[in-house]
Ligand binder design. Structure first.
Ligand code: C2E
Ligand code: CA
Ligand code: CA
Ligand code: CA
Length: 278
C-alpha cells in the first residue's frame, strides 16, 4: 500500500496522487551551498606539547543545509573531489580563513597560525598564483598559514605535488602531512617531500593506551620525524593520560577535544585570552 508508506520518500498531494520528493543529491546541493553561504569554517586549537601554550588552529569546514541539517565533511569532501568542485570549495576556504585572520588583526588579535586542509587535487600551478593573490589582498604573510595535505593521494602525482608544495613553502606557508600512518607512503619518498610537520592520525593516539604497541609506534615515528627535522602533531587527544604519554614521547603539538573541539571567530578570541595555567 503506497499511501501508508511513511518512509518520507512519498507524499500524498491534496488530489491524492503521489509525488516523489526529489532525492537529495550532495553534488547539486554543494554548488548551491557555496553561493547561498551555507558553509562556514570552525577553528580547533592546537597547543604546544611541553607547556600547553596555544600553537595555532586547524580550520575545519562545516556545512549546514537548510533541510538536511549538518552534513559531515567526510560525506561531502569526497563528492567535491570526484566532481571537481573541490577547487572552488578549497579556494573559498583559503579566502575565508585569510579574511578572518585580517579581521582578527584589525580587532587587535594576533592568531599564531591557521592550518587549512588542502586536497591533493588542489595542488596545481594555479593554486600558487591564487594563494599569492589572496595573501596580497589581505596583506598577510604566508607564515600565518599551514596547509595540511593527506598522505594517501600524494604519491599518485608525486613530482607535481613536490613542485607545488615547494612553491607554497617559498611563500612562507608551512606544510603538514595529514593522517600520517594511515596511507602507504614509502619512506624514501617521504624524505623527498618539502614538509614541516607530520600529523599523526588519531588512531595512533587511541592505540597509545591500548594493549597494542601504540606507545612504541609513536616513539619510533617521533624519532624518525625529528631526525628529518619535522615537528610532530598528534590529533584526537581526548584524555589527560594521552596528553601525559605524548609529552613523555616529545610530541611537539597536541590537538583534540581535551583542549577544545573548536568554534567560530569569537571562540578563537576566547582561546587567545586564555592562560594555560588557569
Ligand atoms: P582531519 O583533517 O583528520 O580532521 C580531524 C577530524 O577529527 C575533524 O573532523 C575533527 O573535528 C575531529 N576531531 C578533532 N579532535 C578530535 C578528538 O579529540 N576526537 C575525535 N574523535 N575527533 C576529533 P571533521 O571536522 O569532521 O573533518 C573530517 C575530515 O574532513 C578532516 O579530517 C579532513 O580530512 C576533511 N576536511 C575538513 N575540512 C576540510 C576542508 O576545508 N578541506 C578539505 N579538503 N578537507 C576538509
Ligand atoms: Ca587535517
Ligand atoms: Ca588528520
Ligand atoms: Ca583524519
Amino acid at each position: 500500500n503506497f499511501l501508508s508508506d511513511n518512509s518520507g520518500q512519498h507524499d500524498a498531494t491534496p488530489s491524492g496522487r503521489l509525488s516523489r520528493s526529489a532525492p537529495f543529491v550532495i553534488s547539486e546541493a554543494l554548488s548551491r551551498a557555496l553561493i547561498e553561504r551555507q558553509l562556514r569554517v570552525i577553528y580547533q586549537p592546537q597547543v604546544q606539547g611541553h607547556d600547553e601554550c596555544l600553537a595555532g588552529f586547524e580550520a575545519l569546514l562545516r556545512w549546514h543545509h537548510p533541510v538536511q541539517g549538518e552534513i559531515a565533511p567526510s560525506a561531502f569532501i569526497p563528492v567535491a573531489e570526484s566532481t571537481g568542485l573541490i577547487s572552488s570549495l578549497g579556494q573559498w576556504v583559503i579566502e575565508e580563513v585569510c579574511r578572518q585572520i585580517r579581521r582578527w588583526r584589525s580587532q587587535g588579535y594576533q592568531v599564531p597560525l591557521v592550518a587549512i586542509n588542502v586536497s591533493v587535487l588542489q595542488l596545481n600551478q594555479s593554486l600558487l598564483t591564487q594563494v599569492a593573490r589572496v595573501l596580497a589582498d589581505y596583506h598577510l604573510e604566508g607564515a600565518c598559514l599551514e596547509f595540511e595535505i593527506t598522505e594517501s593521494r600524494l604519491m599518485q602525482n608525486f613530482d607535481e605535488c613536490v613542485h607545488v608544495l615547494s612553491g607554497l613553502r617559498q611563500q612562507g606557508i608551512r606544510i603538514s602531512l595529514d593522517d600520517f600512518g594511515t596511507g602507504y607512503s614509502s619512506l624514501d619518498k617521504l624524505a623527498l617531500l618539502p614538509l614541516d610537520r607530520l600529523k599523526l592520525d588519531k588512531c595512533f593516539v587511541e592505540a597509545l593506551t591500548g594493549a597494542s604497541h601504540g606507545y612504541h609506534m609513536i616513539e619510533a615515528v617521533v624519532r624518525m620525524a625529528h631526525a628529518l627535522h619535522l615537528a610532530v602533531v598528534a590529533e584526537g587527544v581526548e584524555t589527560p593520560r594521552q596528553q601525559q604519554l605524548l609529552g613523555e614521547l616529545s610530541c611537539d603539538i597536541l590537538q583534540g577535544y581535551l583542549f577544545g573541539a573548536g568554534g567560530d571567530a569569537n571562540t578563537v578570541i576566547s582561546y587567545l585570552s586564555r592562560d594555560p595555567d588557569d
